[in-house]
Design a protein around this ligand. Sequence first.
Ligand SMILES: Nc1ncnc2c1ncn2[C@@H]1O[C@H](COP(=O)(O)OP(=O)(O)OP(=O)(O)O)[C@@H](O)[C@H]1O
Ligand SMILES: [Mg+2]
Length: 130
Amino acid sequence: MSDKIQVAIKVRPLVTREKDVGEFWRVDGNALYPLNIDKQPSGEIFAYDHVFANNSTNMEVFEKVVKPLVNRAVKGFNATIFAYGQTSSGKTHTMLGDQNEAGITQLAVSSMFDFMKRLNLKDETGKVID
Ligand SMILES: Nc1ncnc2c1ncn2[C@@H]1O[C@H](COP(=O)(O)OP(=O)(O)OP(=O)(O)O)[C@@H](O)[C@H]1O
Ligand SMILES: [Mg+2]
């Protein structure tokens, strides 16, 4: 994993009110392109470090983008992950999840606790802390 700032896009599924008009973006690898009113590619293309399509899960985002940073953070490197986007674009769903899937914050914290567990840290009596 490189040290440069990485930008990942997560496309969310359409919500009910958007279903009549449909998608106006297509994902192509690590790029996105907008469609015009006739649903044809408009000619523009926007590339990022990662693009997650609308069927991607928070776990996939975690594995690809977050876990490498957690693995470095537990070795003492600073890392920040934040979600940016217009209202209703899916920031809260990605960061915190919902009743069906955990968000990347929860997955990151769990992964840090798993890491600490594997260290077999001991209390002052020498007993391994669970
Ligand atoms: N991956 C997903 N799967 C299913 N529904 C999703 C997904 N991502 C977002 N949504 C739904 O889309 C809607 C908007 O998402 P969310 O509330 O996360 O947006 P937001 O960017 O946090 O908005 P705001 O800026 O208003 O806080 C919600 O109804 C959410 O449940
Ligand atoms: Mg929100």
